[in-house]
Design a binder for this molecule. Structure first.
Ligand code: SAM
Length: 320
């Protein structure tokens, strides 16, 4: 549906304590936020690009928790008023009790993804916040009623501990009125101390394809789609088996780009060190249009190690 998706991790600040996540608030790490001026300049250039080309561009805010960044609201409002851009965000839902934020989402957003990893006992424990499951349920149901044009999605991190609950969980989410459910397998890069005990087992992954099809059928009549593709399941299966899945040419930067909170832009979050460019170096439409060519040249010159076992879920058809 979109010609380009640009995911922008605006800040690494978060208010929750998920033991699998790099941004867990308990971690004693320096936190970063993209300087407001750099973010404004860059997103305006993206807006000019959308205007000039007529391409459908999705700007997707990520964090940390994006809605903790209150400057994001006026920026998104201004971009939405001036340019033909679509907006989405991935959120833990903790800020949606604020009516201003909900009204802003209704005005400006095309999509909103809530992260939900289980029923109350598991979800609230994983995220370190009692009552969060019920709060998110309230927000999702309200947005489903009040904003019928907003695509509501729930993303679940599948791990050993919540795998068996996933079919019942999808049925629950479908009853809330979400259009899509997506899933990630638990990744190990961010929290190597959590990963070995909680990653999906080979046996679980063997059941995943059949389970996913059964879930799709079970929730179809409720108007909800579980999104996955054969190539995405192949990626998850290869990880569980310890097999590498190289991608020779992902057309870096043509369909998907990632900006991190340090203000580096790259084809994905896994290639920032090798192909990343400072956001501040993108000062014109021409600079932005050059990015896919620059990334391609650099990949041809020296491939990033991550490409030899590509973990980018977009490349493997997470949303296909
Ligand atoms: C880093 S969070 C940031 C956005 C927001 N704070 C939230 O909770 O949705 C973005 C997504 O990455 C997922 N995530 C975090 N750590 C992960 C891991 N180790 N493996 C797979 N997905 C992960 C989260 O569950 C969430 O859906």
């Amino acid at each position: 549906m979109f010609n380009k998706v640009i995911v922008i991790e605006i800040s690494t600040l978060c208010n929750l304590s998920c033991p699998f996540c790099a941004h867990d608030k308990r971690l004693p790490i320096p936190r970063h936020t993209i300087p407001a001026e750099d973010l404004r300049t860059f997103t305006e250039i993206v807006g000019q690009y959308a205007t000039a080309t007529g391409e459908a561009i999705l700007v997707s805010w990520l964090g940390g928790e994006p809605f903790l960044q209150r400057d994001l609201l006026p920026l998104t409002e201004a971009l939405h008023a001036q340019y033909p851009l679509s907006f989405s965000a991935t959120t833990n839902g903790t800020q949606l009790h604020n009516p201003e934020i909900r009204a802003h989402i209704r005005r400006c957003y095309a999509e909103l993804t809530f992260s939900m990893d289980g029923f109350p006992e598991f979800h609230d424990l994983m995220r370190g916040k009692t009552g969060l499951f019920e709060d998110v349920k309230t927000h999702v149901q309200r947005l489903a009623r009040e904003a019928p044009d907003l695509k509501l999605r729930i993303n679940t991190v599948l791990m050993r501990d919540n795998f068996d609950a996933f079919p019942a969980l999808c049925l629950e989410f479908a009853r809330w009125g979400v259009q899509e459910i997506t899933f990630n397998q638990l990744g190990g890069r961010d929290r190597p101390e959590f990963y070995p005990e909680h990653r999906l087992t080979v046996e679980q992954v063997q059941r995943l394809s059949e389970m996913a099809q059964q879930i799709q059928e079970a929730i179809r009549d409720l108007g909800t789609h579980l999104v996955f593709s054969p190539s995405y399941l192949k990626r998850i299966s290869a990880t569980a088996r310890g097999e590498k899945l190289p991608i020779l040419d992902c057309a870096p930067g043509r369909f998907y780009m990632f900006v991190n909170a340090l203000g580096q832009i790259a084809p994905c979050t896994f290639t920032l060190d090798e192909y990343g460019k400072p956001l501040a170096s993108i000062q014109s439409l021409a600079d932005f249009e050059q990015l896919p060519f620059t990334f391609h040249r650099e990949k041809m010159r020296q491939q990033a190690p991550a490409c030899l076992d590509c973990p980018n879920t977009n490349v493997h058809g997470k949303f296909s």
